[in-house]
Design a protein around this ligand. Structure first.
Ligand code: FES
Length: 66
């Protein structure tokens, strides 16, 4: 079960669920997700985990729809 409440960007307090929703809403890459959610505006440490999550959602979006 996906933990949508887990924080993926600590600087912006952005959750995995916010990233997932952004990708399901059409965000295609890290820049799109950053614009949609506000993630990635601090240390940039979340870039790689967010990129992995974007890829996972794009590979199987139905698995992430509620
Ligand atoms: S954890 Fe996302 S910018 Fe620092």
């Amino acid at each position: 079960m996906e933990d949508r409440d887990a924080v993926i960007c600590e600087c912006g307090h952005i959750t995995r669920g916010e990233v997932i929703d952004a990708v399901l809403g059409g965000a295609m890459n890290f820049v799109d997700v950053a614009e949609a959610t506000g993630a990635g505006r601090g240390c940039d440490r979340c870039r790689v985990p967010i990129e992995f999550l974007i890829q996972d959602v794009r590979d199987d979006p139905d698995a992430y729809r509620r």
